[in-house]
Write a protein that binds this ligand. Structure first.
Ligand SMILES: Cc1ncc(COP(=O)(O)O)c(C=O)c1O
Length: 420
């Protein structure tokens, strides 16, 4: 395991942690990773994350810091901003949010006041916690109203319009965590304009596809766009905020720091700059093309095998698979698949009869395994393996089926090495 050399200092100084890190590396190397929000960063991104930039306090923004000695981290942050603006063709960017949740909280802090009404996609319909779900600040500090999807799994724009008219929100949030289809950002802006609301688009999941022109960009429709950097964009764990509006850009900067966060994590910002540089290369477009093709291939194959795919298919890197037909919950399915080396997550389906802790579905994504080099044939194989495990669940030869599948997932992983 030559790559463990990256952690050689902990091997000497901290045996327990060294073992945890190398075991995690081994787990990643030997599992088919289908969690739609995960990916594998390049060694260059990893190196930047482990760099001396972590030592520097840099509250403020390039050229306007509260500490001395920021000339080198300023270069990294300016590069990250410039590259992100090029990627999304936007005028202003803030690359400091520590995560997608921090980016979203900062955006809401910039656009609305405590007690204002916000309208976002409900968690159980595919939205994210930070779009107004009750356990989060977004649900507690704002009057959060949720919209959803129709019985076929498509966004219910007429429903959004109706709720907007009724509740007159200050902010409408679009974007999702488990919505496989394209979002009509223009339509959302028309709805927002009809009630004088800000439109805030969270493209955490689709960012990499947007960069490659394979998914619509909200940048000319939304007042503010947020994203994570670690999903299809294949960067380090973190968040960003973008806008074309100079007044909002200033509000966003104040909302991120000092509003929501303290000192920026300069090592992560340096790693974001590396990843954005990678995403600007033509190879990234090629990568994203394969992400989409592989996702469609996997969904089509699961459909051929008789499973219901919510909304009938996918236009992105992810699909939601309805397991009702197999009489197995999403929770059990995800746990059983994990045992054979296929990692995914349970996911609610529209109007799910099972509670969120069980669910009737799973969510599968193609971004991570596409990074490892898997293509159409392998994604057909993965769909077959998923079906083989789930359709044999609790049958008399289930243990031997699982053994066979585990062998096959290990073989696939060996054929497409990670960090070797
Ligand atoms: C749409 C969306 N927004 C925001 C987030 C939050 O990102 P983070 O986990 O980095 O806080 C997620 C996470 O999965 C997400 O799916």
């Amino acid at each position: 395991m030559s790559f463990a050399g990256y952690f050689s200092h902990s091997a000497v100084a901290d045996r327990e942690l060294f073992e945890a890190i190398t075991s995690e590396l081994q787990r990643q190397q030997s599992q088919i990773e289908l969690i739609a929000s995960e990916n594998f960063v390049s060694k260059e991104v990893l190196s930047a994350l482990g760099s001396v930039m972590t030592n520097k306090y840099a509250e403020g923004y390039p050229g306007k810091r509260y500490y001395c000695g920021c000339e080198c981290v300023d270069v990294a942050e300016k590069l990250a901003i410039e590259r992100l603006c090029l990627l999304f063709d936007c005028k202003f960017a803030n690359v400091q949010p520590h995560s997608g949740a921090q980016a979203n909280l900062s955006a809401l802090y910039a656009l609305a006041n405590h007690g204002d009404t916000i309208l976002g996609m409900s968690l159980e319909m595919g939205g994210h916690l930070t779009h107004g779900a009750s356990p989060t600040i977004s649900g507690k500090w704002f009057n959060a109203i949720g919209y959803g999807i129709d019985k076929n799994g498509f966004l219910d724009y007429d429903g959004v319009q109706k709720l907007a008219k009724e509740y007159k929100p200050k902010v409408i949030i679009c974007g999702a965590s488990s919505y496989p289809q394209k979002i009509d950002f223009k339509r959302f802006r028309e709805i927002a304009d009809s009630v004088g609301a800000y439109l805030f688009a969270d493209i955490a999941h689709y960012a990499g596809l947007i960069v490659a022109g394979l998914y619509p960009s909200p940048i000319n429709h939304a007042h503010v766009v947020t994203s994570t950097t670690h999903k299809t964009l294949r960067g380090p764990r973190g968040g960003v905020i973008m806008t074309n509006d100079e007044v909002l850009a200033k509000k966003i900067n104040s909302a991120v720091f000092p509003g929501v966060q303290g000192g920026p994590q300069m090592h992560t910002i340096a790693a974001k700059a590396v990843a954005f540089g990678e995403a600007l290369r033509p190879e990234f477009k090629e990568y994203a093309k394969h992400v989409l093709e592989n996702s469609v291939t996997m969904a089509d194959r699961l459909k051929e095998l008789g499973l219901n795919i919510i909304s009938g298919g996918t236009d992105s890197h992810l699909s939601v698979v309805d397991l009702t037909e197999l009489s197995i919950t999403g929770k059990v399915a995800a746990e059983e698949l994990d045992k054979v080396g296929i990692t995914c997550n349970k996911n609610a389906i529209p109007f799910d009869e099972w509670p969120p802790s069980q669910t009737s579905g799973i969510r599968v994504g193609s971004a991570a395994m596409t990074t490892r080099g898997l293509r159409r044939n392998e994604f057909i194989k993965i769909a077959d393996l998923i079906y083989k495990v789930l359709s044999n669940y609790e049958k008399s030869d289930y243990e031997s089926v699982k053994e066979e599948v585990r062998k096959e997932t290990l073989d696939l992983c060996k054929k497409f090495p990670l960090y070797s």
